[in-house]
Design a protein around this ligand. Structure first.
Ligand code: URA
Length: 209
C-alpha cells in the first residue's frame, strides 16, 4: 500500500465517526464532510514547493518563504465529490475546478463518462480527483483515465473512505496516482457498498432518497 496515505489525525477521525453515524442529519453531514476535506487538504498539500522572498517587517528585513505558485486543479466526480470541494477551496482558493460525471452502464456495468469539463491548462496542473468513497474503484479509475486522455499528467486521488478492493483496482490501473484517505474500511458488500462505510455519500450529502 506504498502509495496510500491514511490520515489518522484525531480531528479527522472524530469528525469521520460523526459522519458515519446514520443519525447525523444532512446539514451536519455536509458541514463535517467539508471540514474533513479541508483538514485533508492541509496534509495533501504538504509537498507544495516554496520559494524565498525578502520581506520588510516593521522592524527589519527578513528572508521568508511563500508558495512557489504551483497550479492546482480539483476534479470532483459528480455528484458526491462536490461535497468535498468547498473544504479544499478554503485552503487552496486559487485552485481551478474541473468536473467529471460518470454513470454505470446497467448491462456492461462499465463506467461511462457523460460529462467532463476541465481547465484548459490541465497538463500543467497538479490535479486532485475527489470522491468521498473509493468503493470498487471503477469510477475513480475511469475518471482518472478520462482526464489523462485530456492531457492530465500529475494526479492525486482523495477520498474520505476507501477499502482494499478499491485501492487494489486503482493501484492496478493507475499506479502513478497517490491515494489519500481518512480511512481504509473492511470490505465491500454484495451491492458494492463499503462496510462499515457511511451509506450512500451522495444521498446523505444532498438529502435525497
Ligand atoms: N458509494 C457510496 O456512496 N457509498 C458506498 O458505500 C459505496 C459507493
Amino acid at each position: 500500500m506504498s502509495n496510500v496515505y491514511v490520515f489518522d489525525h484525531p480531528l479527522i477521525q472524530h469528525k469521520l465517526s460523526i459522519i458515519r453515524d446514520k443519525s447525523t442529519g444532512t446539514k451536519e453531514f455536509r458541514e463535517l464532510v467539508e471540514e474533513v476535506a479541508m483538514l485533508m487538504a492541509y496534509e495533501i498539500t504538504r509537498d507544495l514547493p516554496l520559494r524565498e522572498v525578502e520581506i520588510e517587517t516593521p522592524v527589519t528585513m527578513a528572508t521568508c518563504q511563500v508558495l512557489e505558485g504551483k497550479k492546482i486543479g480539483l476534479v470532483p466526480i459528480l455528484r458526491a465529490g462536490l461535497g468535498m470541494v468547498d473544504g479544499v477551496l478554503r485552503l487552496i482558493p486559487a485552485a481551478k475546478v474541473g468536473h467529471i460525471g460518470l454513470y454505470r452502464d446497467p448491462e456492461t456495468l462499465k463506467a461511462i463518462n457523460y460529462y467532463a469539463k476541465m481547465p484548459s491548462d490541465i497538463g500543467e496542473r497538479e490535479l486532485i480527483v475527489i470522491d468521498p468513497m473509493l468503493a470498487t474503484g471503477a469510477s475513480a479509475a475511469a475518471a482518472i483515465q478520462q482526464i489523462k486522455n485530456m492531457g492530465a499528467k500529475h494526479i492525486k486521488f482523495m477520498c474520505l473512505i476507501s477499502c482494499p478492493e478499491g485501492i487494489a483496482h486503482l493501484q492496478e490501473e493507475h499506479p502513478d496516482v497517490d491515494i489519500y484517505a481518512a480511512a481504509v474500511d473492511e470490505r465491500l458488500d454484495e451491492k458494492s457498498y463499503i462496510i462499515p462505510g457511511l451509506g450512500d455519500a451522495g444521498d446523505r450529502l444532498f438529502g435525497t432518497k
